[in-house]
Write a protein that binds this ligand. Structure first.
Ligand SMILES: [Zn+2]
Length: 162
């Protein structure tokens, strides 16, 4: 069986963000590309959502497990930091899945202000109200901030690894 790039990309669809298990690494924009070199080895190119994201190790581990299960041994995983990951790499489908999962998707283009404690308006994933407040810098994981909607009173996570 000849294994090509598309096949490998297919397999890697099963690797989800450990923090947001509804999103694959491709949907998240973390999986940038899969390249097959002349010696038929594969190169998997990933860009972390932000350097130091603790979930990145888990994701890389999962990639290795998938490839091992499929009998792929000749590959490298390359972490590319430039250009830096931006929320623009997350498509509308991915944002919708985040909302359904109860996490407010990132808004607008990359705004790292929230990482430094700057408040910004975040839309409630349940009722779409903008009348929300940050409750805690850190939500269920380091990549999320805890918010509460002042209209429907629901607490929710905001994905801030962005
Ligand atoms: Zn709400």
């Amino acid at each position: 069986m000849v294994i090509g790039v598309e096949k490998v990309k297919d397999w890697l669809e099963s690797v989800k963000d450990p923090e947001v298990p509804v999103l694959s690494l491709r949907e998240l924009g973390v999986l940038r590309d899969v390249i097959q070199h002349n010696d038929s080895s594969f190169e998997i190119i990933i860009t972390p959502t932000y350097s130091g994201c603790p979930a990145m190790n888990t994701m890389e581990q999962q990639i290795r497990e998938v490839l091992k299960r499929k009998g792929i041994e000749n590959y490298t995983i390359t972490t590319v930091l430039h250009p830096p990951w931006t929320t623009d790499w997350m498509d509308e489908t991915a944002r919708e899945k985040l909302r359904e999962f109860g996490i407010a998707p990132p808004e607008g283009s990359a705004d790292k202000g929230v990482l430094f404690g700057k408040e910004k308006s975040v839309t409630c994933p349940y009722c779409r109200s903008q009348n929300t407040k940050m409750v805690s810098q850190f939500g269920s994981t380091a990549c999320k901030a805890m918010h509460r909607c002042l209209d429907c009173k629901e607490p929710f996570d905001y994905f801030k690894c962005l």
